[in-house]
Design a protein around this ligand. Sequence first.
Ligand SMILES: Nc1ncnc2c1ncn2[C@@H]1O[C@H](COP(=O)(O)OP(=O)(O)OP(=O)(O)O)[C@@H](O)[C@H]1O
Length: 223
Amino acid sequence: MEIQNFSYQLPDGRQLFDHLSVTFDPGKVNLLLGVNGVGKTTLLDLIAGVSEQRDLPFVGFPPMNRMAYQMQGAPFTGTATVSEAIRMMIDLDQPGHHFQEAELPASLQEIAHSYFRDLSGGQRRLVILEGVCRLDRDLYLFDEPESGLDVKVAVSVMDRINQLITRGKTVIMTTHQFHHLPVDRVKIQVLAKKHLAFSGTPAELMAATGTDSIEAAYLKTDA
Ligand SMILES: Nc1ncnc2c1ncn2[C@@H]1O[C@H](COP(=O)(O)OP(=O)(O)OP(=O)(O)O)[C@@H](O)[C@H]1O
């Protein structure tokens, strides 16, 4: 899946990307890194087709009905319980699947009968993430999935994302946190100043920057 030589202007005329080329690896967690405002979410929106643009130089991406996108702050009906919300999402592409609450992770079973409107911000995010992971798609887009989650829940979310990779799915995700990543299955893309500043494995990034952690290595990039 490739973005080839892509230039993009925001509605106010600012140039966000200038001849940007990025290759995402199948079967991996492709991390999009970069400072606030560099354009990570915009890129996910463009890939997912949320921002309607014609003739994009995007090659090899699956059609929209084979993608799942966890957007930041995705709305959901407040009058559904957690269990109903997950069931609704499963019904989207597996109608007739007999969903049982016992299939839910323990953290969601505890709140299975709570209304979505009564959940905390982190709990809402967890429900949406679980629903997105339940969709049977080829490409999964996550926008800061662990944001606002406590460490234990964040670890379980990364485990969930890791399960997708184990099943041969492809993930593209933005993040500002570098813990609990399946490092041997990660490809890092660092966006900076309208371009790609780095593309490669965590080991390559650390070797290139003479560091021993992804966080230290990232801080040494141009991002
Ligand atoms: N609809 C829009 N109209 C005008 N500017 C926009 C629009 N959407 C995004 N932008 C601008 O595009 C730039 C990139 O935003 P984007 O949300 O993609 O950044 P990001 O890298 O995801 O940031 P963060 O890490 O803070 O989530 C920002 O300067 C933002 O203000």
